[in-house]
Design a protein around this ligand. Structure first.
Ligand code: NOJ
Length: 511
């Protein structure tokens, strides 16, 4: 386990929309370098950068055309190496996004694989034996290749599935995971990882990490075996490198070698009951909304079994949101966002802040771009100041990648940085405390002290520290030893006799 993860607070950067330094209307690697001091000032000491490789961008770069080449619109490989170097000077680790399950249909492996004559790449992707023979139970494409077969898709139409084999095989074209062709795919993936790790990258966020072996068993044991093998490579040759999975099943991912796993925006799970307030399918009723309709037990009943059974294997990652989910500002107000940040930065595991959530950027209702659809509204340009294009780019406004928030009160970094009461200042104060107190680090003990269905507050212990949160509009109280001392609070809290009295929408850390 890389020791640096214990104290890591990640910042996710969607490169299209962070900072444009060459005036072409799209963010670039040099823009990320320019803003490293900002990232540091936030208290973030690690980055996850969404795919920045050469791509036709039909799925925002998750359709990789060349794993080893930076997309020209973002800059050059040299720019990325410089980013690693400049980040390291500031003690910031950098994770790239690894897309192991599929490539773009324009990747040279696929162009070879499509050919009628057999070659080294013929079995690099999942193909059936005939132009009329589909892939049972999966999306596939026929009629587009010279080769007599259909190929399987892993996500969009532009993303053919790489071939890691099938665990349960019913068709003769399905290969075993240890077939030489599937082992070659795995080696090609390791080669990509080594390429970037050798050049200064500190690890990977792994896209759809559970999607490698098809018709796997319910524990995903064949896919897990591949990750165990990859983890062994890292332990031997890159012990400081981290891999963090998009899997959202820590019992599978952390047991398969991932250092951390994202707690994702899946309907009805514990994460959603904390942060989301969707009204569909019964509603998740965010615990953090002041209306007090949330219930902390809905979170704990989901989280605790996962946490208890995996805490010795790795970390669960709480995210403010990501490039696939609506920004929390869509349903939460500023005070609620402050409380959300406070909770996420005091829970165990490795937290992730999505760019712009630290200032409460809005989710915009805008048309799709690059396969974003409803996700596009969370991918708009970072709002630095009230200048042209909110400081994102010097380009003509009609030429920028996505529109900036047009509202007169669009939150910006400059409007919040000197206001001690702003969301940005709250984020900074909390990251500072998290770094200062090892009890708040990823691996420190977590114990529930007070949690009752439909009651407030929620109180938990991290090592010797007590953390209490009352997101509701009503006062709430709980008994505590009067010797405890406040080290940080949001709103007003008071220790009277042996009770902690919490005003509406308050939070406190006691030592
Ligand atoms: C998950 C990524 O986060 C998402 O943006 C992408 O569209 C799919 N995987 C496919 O790679």
């Amino acid at each position: 386990m890389p020791a640096w993860l214990k104290d890591a607070i990640f910042y996710e950067i969607y490169p299209q929309s962070f900072k444009d330094t060459n005036g072409d209307g799209i963010g670039d690697i040099n823009g990320i370098i320019e803003k490293l001091d900002y990232v540091k000032s936030l208290g973030c000491n690690a980055l996850w950068i969404n795919p920045c490789y050469d791509s036709p961008f039909k799925d925002a770069g998750y359709d990789v055309r060349d794993y080893k080449k930076v997309a020209p619109r973002y800059g050059t490989n040299e720019d990325l190496y410089k980013l690693f170097e400049e980040a390291h000077k500031r003690d910031i680790h950098v994770l790239l996004d690894l897309v192991p399950g599929h490539t773009s249909e324009e990747h040279e492996w696929f162009l070879e694989s499509k050919k009628a004559t057999r070659n080294e790449y013929s079995d690099r992707y999942v193909w059936t034996n005939g132009w009329l023979q589909g892939v049972p139970g999966h999306p596939y494409i026929g009629g587009e290749a010279d080769r007599d077969g259909c190929y399987m898709l892993n996500f969009f139409k532009c993303q053919p599935a790489l071939n890691y084999g099938f665990l349960n095989r019913t068709e003769d074209w399905q290969k075993a995971p240890d077939d030489p062709a599937c082992l070659a795919t795995r080696e090609a993936l390791k080669d990509v990882m080594r390429f970037w790790l050798d050049r200064g990258c500190d690890g990977f966020r792994v896209d759809m990490a559970d999607s490698l072996v098809k018709e796997d068993d319910e524990n995903k044991s064949a896919t897990g075996a591949i990750w165990k093998d990859i983890r062994a490579m890292l332990d031997a040759d890159y012990p400081e490198a981290a891999i963090i999975s998009e899997w959202s099943n820590p019992m599978q991912s952390l047991k398969s070698g991932f250092h951390a796993d994202f707690y994702l925006d899946h309907h009805g799970n514990g994460y959603n009951t904390l942060l989301r307030d969707y009204e569909t399918a019964g509603g998740d009723h965010s615990f953090l909304k002041k209306d007090g309709n949330g219930d902390i037990m809905r979170f704990l009943n989901d989280f605790l079994p996962k946490y208890d059974s995996t805490k010795d294997d790795g970390y669960i990652s709480f995210i403010t949101c990501n490039h696939d989910t609506p920004r929390p500002r869509r349903t939460l107000e500023f005070q609620e966002l402050k409380l959300a940040t406070a909770l996420f930065l005091t829970l165990p595991g490795v937290p992730f802040i999505y760019y712009g959530d630290e200032i409460g950027m809005r989710y915009l209702d805008i048309p799709t771009k690059e396969g974003g659809y409803t996700r596009t509204g969370s991918r708009t340009p970072m709002q630095w100041n009230h200048g042209k294009n909110l400081g994102f780019s010097d380009a003509d406004s009609k030429d920028i990648y996505l529109p900036v928030d047009p509202s007169a009160d669009a939150p910006t970094v400059t409007s919040q940085e000197n206001d001690p009461d702003s969301l940005l200042s709250t984020v900074k104060a909390l990251t500072k405390i998290r770094h200062e107190y090892t009890d708040l680090h990823a691996d420190s003990e977590f114990e529930v002290v007070y949690a009752e269905a439909e009651e407030f507050p929620f109180v938990f212990k991290r090592g010797e520290l007590y953390v209490a949160i009352n997101p509701s509009e009503k006062k709430a109280g709980v008994s505590v030893s009067k010797k405890r001392e406040k080290i940080y609070e949001i709103g007003t809290t008071e220790i009277k006799e042996n009770s902690l009295i919490m005003d509406p929408q308050s939070f406190v850390i006691l030592k």
